[in-house]
Design a protein around this ligand. Structure first.
Ligand SMILES: NC(=O)c1ccc[n+]([C@@H]2O[C@H](COP(=O)([O-])OP(=O)(O)OC[C@H]3O[C@@H](n4cnc5c(N)ncnc54)[C@H](O)[C@@H]3O)[C@@H](O)[C@H]2O)c1
Length: 369
């Protein structure tokens, strides 16, 4: 006879955390670390560039104030966001005898954030971590929402968990050392969020695009705050991406294929920009988005240096073949997030991901070449 036992547990996931967004909030570290790390056991995961710029001097300050600190640094780039690096980090932490009372700090861009978050999620079955994003992209998007992942030969971000940080610390002064290319890389993720959710913010970003690229502090802070608030709203409704959260994947079905085909040499934001152009074009070809809106969107991307020529390095059939492996897909169909308007996603029966016939993908791609 079948015995059925019921298991009912109190959810253990952290459901509340703060996001500090301020110029100079890093130098104010004592105020937030004392709350989040009473045992003074800290592992900082960073990359070589951020280590030299900020993380090494930060770790020294902590050591001088009685913290037991292990600073682990990875080689910058997507090739580090893999299982092998994760294992290296974990073994270093175990070797140094860091226990479950450790606070992990993910100090870097989205690559460090995704990888270190995943380490935190599985180290001794889960330890607390702080996201300390240092790129515009990681402030606008990747440090919020708890998505952690590594890449595999079969695709990007294929292995990971959703595991929320205890705190997110965004210090705008860290953006001063970023190149213009990396500022644009981050702005693209903000444009993506605005295009799917908020016409007003898209207009604000469009009208202030030059100021944003010049990193004028007021407009930059406004765009980060707007993007983060929108993302938090979505994550609160659908943390585990059952439906609504997929809208943040706008542009990404194509982008992930481009990243894989370029062997991860194309920057994530630039791949997303090209993905947005193709996916907005599909939205237009399928009759959801007006051609005026498509033109308005494409003009903004062209004005920040995204060009059709960047797409010509890719073969449309290869892109479609990789897009067939996207995480949103099921029942043998390729699913996309499509736009109905600026700030509004096309939905059918409340579902935000729409199956798209291959012919539209190829048509959209080729029309842009
Ligand atoms: N988890 C999520 O929700 C989510 C969302 C969007 C993107 N992502 C992921 O984020 C990653 C891309 O993140 P990224 O664009 O931040 O890339 P990144 O982490 O590679 O950083 C880009 C480069 O900037 C350097 N850098 C970082 N901070 C700097 C600073 N302050 N000054 C000068 N240089 C600095 C880094 O060393 C690196 O060379 C991708 O792997 C993507 O999949 C995740």
């Amino acid at each position: 006879m079948l015995t059925q036992l019921k298991v009912s547990l109190k959810a253990r996931t952290r459901t509340k955390y703060s996001i500090l967004l301020e110029n100079g909030v890093l130098s104010n570290w004592q105020s937030w670390l004392s709350i989040h790390c009473p045992d003074k056991q800290i592992v900082i995961i960073t990359d070589k560039i951020v280590e030299n710029l900020y993380a090494y001097s930060f770790s020294k300050k902590l050591t001088n104030n009685g913290y037991n600190v292990l600073l682990l640094s990875i080689k910058p780039g997507e090739e580090s966001k893999v299982q092998k690096t994760k294992e290296y980090l974990e073994l270093e932490m175990l070797k140094a005898k860091f226990g479950r009372n450790t606070l992990l700090i993910a100090f870097g861009g989205g690559i460090v954030g995704d990888l270190a978050g995943f380490v935190a999620a599985t180290y001794m079955r889960g330890i607390r971590y702080i996201q300390l994003p240092t790129t515009l992209l990681s402030m606008i998007d990747s440090s919020v929402g708890g998505k952690t992942a590594i890449n595999t030969p079969y695709g990007k971000n294929m292995i990971g968990v959703i595991y929320q940080p205890s705190l997110v610390v965004m210090d705008l002064s860290l953006l001063n050392s970023l190149s213009k290319v990396l500022i644009v890389n981050g702005l693209i993720e903000a444009l993506k969020i605005f295009l799917t959710l908020d016409n007003k913010s898209f207009t604000y970003a469009r009208l202030n695009i030059n100021k944003l690229i010049e990193r004028e502090p007021h407009s930059l802070k406004s765009v980060i705050a707007r993007a983060v608030k929108l993302k938090v709203k979505v994550v609160r409704i659908d943390e585990f991406e059952e439906n609504l959260r997929m809208i943040l994947n706008f542009g990404h079905t194509i982008a992930h294929a481009l990243e894989k085909l370029s062997n991860y040499h194309i920057l994530h934001g630039y791949a997303v920009a090209l993905g947005i152009l193709v996916e907005a074009k599909i939205s237009q070809l399928m009759g959801f988005l007006s051609s005026e809106n498509y033109d308005l969107i494409s003009r903004v991307f062209y004005s920040i240096g995204i060009s059709k020529e960047m797409l010509s390095a890719f073969n449309a059939d290869e892109v479609v073949s990789i897009a067939k492996g996207d995480k949103k897909n099921h029942s043998g169909k390729i699913f996309f997030i499509l736009l109905k308007d600026i700030g509004e996603v096309y939905t059918k029966n409340d579902r935000v991901a729409t199956p798209v016939d291959e012919k539209y993908i190829l048509q959209a791609f080729n029309s842009l070449l």
